[in-house]
Design a binder for this molecule. Structure first.
Ligand code: ATP
Ligand code: MG
Length: 461
């Protein structure tokens, strides 16, 4: 029965990529409008008092599974009691969690090409974690037992699918998900943001539902940028941010309203008023943390360290990418790179993604559900033009993209360059078919000229 439930979830997720993602932030309920107006007035007054009215509240980007949004930190989460059905469905998904690592990995493979080790490690980790969560919900006795949280560190070069893997995973699981860049945080929270805001954002993403939010995933990207070693890393002040993250990554209670945000405090008083027993903090015990970063300099550091046997290592590890050394990084390497021992120690599950080669890039175009070709085809379809690619063209594009050295991101660079002029001219012509061959990829300008010359609407004679 449970298996059927989970299977349905996988099918649902496959059918509709957005179906299991986050919901948009709800508007305040109508009944609270007057409170909100009152608060707005108070906020103006307080902002004037404390900041001379000159400084507005800070903004930072938080990416959810559906979209990238600009949201305000340090605002109280909306206390939306609507959508009970959706809430129950998502909580049920966690209570009855019964996915198998292989199913999770297979689902990821529909979107993400290669990175098999990362898929395997992530699938096993989330299955273990949510099995544990399920046991804790169904049997409170479990809470008394020790639990080492399997927080994950995902390493690898740019554009090879690190973020894409996690985003796809969160969609499948249907748990609240928040993504932020480590560079947005500051030690004090005065200039950048306080790391506790991440947890509050999780509550916000779960529509103010603390119970649901406590089973969410927090994904922090660019974690290598807060390494505090000047020589190998970048940012000396990153140490403070690492220290602040320590307690979150284990088990702590975070206030749902930011303690230094007067507006939020007052708003909370209004919304919590009369609702005795409403939870004002959220525990981080079950929140899974996944950190990711390119760790470029660490890669060369490890290559040097292992230089004596580098070639042998790289071949014997099964990787056919001679430039991948991150899978050989030890805890000592991370510490030397500038991650605090306590910090890296709380990220026990580590896995490296590989560089993508020409054939991998071609496979991304041909097989991934998220292939950019769908996007470009629908761009041309918007003008009634059918865009097609033959296989040789795909490999020619992949070759150019591989030379960009930016992973799968290179595909977009190449496609943009290749199709830009066609996108400009073809919609005004009578051409309705645009087959892209290897010749078109080799010399797009000449091909466009030839196409337009044969077109009655475009040729000037
Ligand atoms: N292995 C892959 N399979 C399919 N598509 C991929 C893969 N890697 C990257 N892509 C595509 O490239 C885009 C960028 O990848 P992603 O955001 O995951 O890069 P990243 O590894 O997080 O890089 P960075 O370190 O720069 O953040 C994705 O949205 C996806 O469309
Ligand atoms: Mg990324």
């Amino acid at each position: 029965m449970e298996d059927e439930h989970q299977e349905e979830r996988i099918k649902d997720a496959a059918k509709n990529d957005n179906s299991l993602g986050e919901k948009d932030l709800p508007d305040d309920e109508n009944s609270k409008t007057s409170n909100v107006n009152l608060l707005e007035k108070l906020r103006e007054q307080f902002t004037g008092l404390f900041f001379g009215g000159a400084v507005g509240p800070g903004f930072f980007r938080v990416e959810t599974t559906e979209e990238v949004r600009e949201i305000k930190p340090k605002q109280p989460p909306p206390q939306d009691d609507s959508g009970d059905g959706e809430r129950a469905k998502r909580l049920d998904g966690i209570r009855n969690f019964s996915m198998r690592p292989k199913d999770v990995s297979d689902y990821l493979s529909r979107f993400v090409i290669r990175q098999d080790e990362a898929k395997k490690v992530l699938s096993v980790t989330v299955c273990d974690h949510y099995n544990h969560v399920r046991r804790c919900i169904n049997d409170p006795e479990e809470l008394t037992k020790d639990y080492g949280k399997p927080n994950v560190l995902l390493l690898g070069p740019t554009g090879v699918g690190k973020t894409y893997l996690i985003r796809t995973l969160a969609k499948l699981l249907g748990v609240p998900f928040v993504k932020a860049d480590a560079t947005k945080f500051s030690e004090t929270g005065y200039v950048g943001n306080d790391v506790d805001d991440l947890v509050r954002d999780l509550v916000r993403t779960a529509n103010g539902d603390v119970e649901l939010a406590q089973y969410g995933i927090i994904f922090i990207d660019e974690i290598d940028k807060i390494a505090s070693c000047e020589e190998l890393g970048r940012d000396v002040s990153g140490r403070g941010v690492q220290v602040n993250l320590l307690k979150l990554m284990e088990d702590t209670e975070v206030s749902i309203v930011a303690p230094n945000d007067i507006t939020a405090q007052m708003s909370a008083m209004v919304s919590f008023g009369g609702k005795k027993g409403k939870k004002e903090t959220i525990g981080t015990r079950h929140i899974l943390f996944i950190m990711s970063g390119a760790f470029e300099k660490l890669n060369s550091h490890v290559r040097k360290r292992t230089s004596a046997s580098a070639i042998g290592f790289s071949r014997s590890s099964g990787s056919d990418h001679g430039e991948d050394f991150l899978h050989l990084a030890t805890t000592a390497d991370f510490v030397q790179f500038g991650l605090e021992p306590e910090f890296i120690g709380r990220l026990p599950v580590r896995v490296a993604c590989e560089h993508l080669k020409k054939n991998d890039l071609a496979q991304i175009l041909l097989c991934s559900k998220g292939s950019l070709l769908h996007q470009y085809k629908s761009d041309f379809d918007g003008y009634g033009i059918e865009l097609t690619f033959d296989e040789e063209a795909i490999y020619a594009i992949a070759e150019l993209a591989a030379a960009e050295n930016t992973g799968a991101r290179g595909l977009m660079t190449v496609l943009e360059r290749l199709l830009r002029d066609f996108k400009f001219h073809l919609p005004s012509s009578s051409i309705k078919q645009f087959p892209v061959s290897a010749e078109v990829v080799a010399d797009p300008a000449a091909h466009l000229k030839k196409m337009l010359c044969g077109d009655e609407n475009s040729c000037n004679g």
